[in-house]
Design a protein around this ligand. Structure first.
Ligand SMILES: C[S@@+](CC[C@H](N)C(=O)[O-])C[C@H]1O[C@@H](n2cnc3c(N)ncnc32)[C@H](O)[C@@H]1O
Length: 266
């Protein structure tokens, strides 16, 4: 599983996936397309709106207040952390990413887009952030956990970082089951399981419970994510096959996109 880290370094470091035409606006996620009218084609604005809407969905599900100190794990170019600071104005937002290149890009974006005294970006890993214990009230992670080498270690680290009563929101795709993982490899070979070492969704719930978390919310949002992204992939000049694997896996009922919220009891 540790073998994912060099792949993450290549894809998000030197290759800088955010520059791929599948992604826009410094976001690197598939987007949340519910309510977006793109009958006559998807514009660049729609594409960016969808990525923002995925974040807005997470902010709404975890609930952000002005007194929150929010950590985002896997913050990429920092667009989501900046959106959070701009639109919800919590006390502090800390974006953390595995790659120093992403932190540098996020700092550049922050300098260009707003003077946000309440946003900082730091390099660290989901399973070893280097941050002080009980230093956050909320933790969010948007389309990043599919790369984490160990969901168990990520969840344990989140537990350590949260104050009692604090919440963790994880939003990304998972496999439906162990059997689905095998079927994915057979029927959707383009879904690179080395870069995306996904686990069954049940694994997240189990590890969270073992760490001591209480489940607050679980929601399947694949229907609002995969089809819209697939339509966008169709529309781009580069209709690479990897762009289509996610919808294929979803239609075969092997993966879904989930929003899960957990709370550390008081
Ligand atoms: C698909 S991008 C999502 C970025 C951002 N959340 C967004 O929606 O625009 C995944 C990000 O997770 C980061 N990442 C991957 N593995 C990580 C790990 N173990 N710890 C922290 N960040 C990680 C990558 O460097 C990348 O920037």
């Amino acid at each position: 599983m540790e073998s994912v880290k060099p792949l993450v370094e290549t894809v998000y470091g030197s290759q800088d996936l955010a520059r791929h035409p599948f992604f826009l606006g410094n976001f690197i996620n598939f987007g949340y397309w519910q309510g977006l009218d793109f009958e006559d084609g998807i514009t660049s604005e729609h594409r960016i709106e969808a990525s923002k809407a995925l974040y807005e969905h997470v902010f709404n599900k975890i609930g952000i207040t002005h007194s929150d100190t929010v950590l985002e794990i896997g913050s990429g170019h920092g667009a989501g952390s900046l959106l959070l600071a701009q639109t919800r104005n919590p006390r502090e937002v800390l974006g953390l990413d595995f790659l120093q290149e992403q932190i540098d890009r996020a700092n550049k974006l922050a300098a260009e887009t707003l003077s946000a005294a309440n946003v900082r970006f730091v390099q660290g890993s989901a399973d070893a952030t280097g941050l002080p214990s009980e230093s956050c009230t909320k933790i969010i992670s948007v389309e990043a956990a599919q790369h984490f080498p160990s969901i168990a270690d990520f969840v344990k680290e989140a537990w350590r970082l949260l104050v009692p009563g604090g919440k963790l929101a994880v939003c990304t795709f998972f496999a439906e089951s162990e059997e689905a993982l095998e079927l994915l490899q057979r029927h959707v070979p383009g879904l690179d399981m080395n870069l995306n070492p996904i686990t069954p969704i049940q694994n997240l719930a189990d590890e969270a419970r073992k760490a001591g978390f209480r489940p607050v919310l679980t929601e399947r949002i694949g229907k609002h994510v995969f089809e819209g992204f697939d339509n966008w992939v169709d529309q781009t000049a580069v209709q690479e096959s990897w762009g289509h694997v996610w919808y294929r896996g979803y239609k075969l009922a092997l993966i879904d996109y989930f929003t899960e919220v957990f709370q550390k009891p008081v």
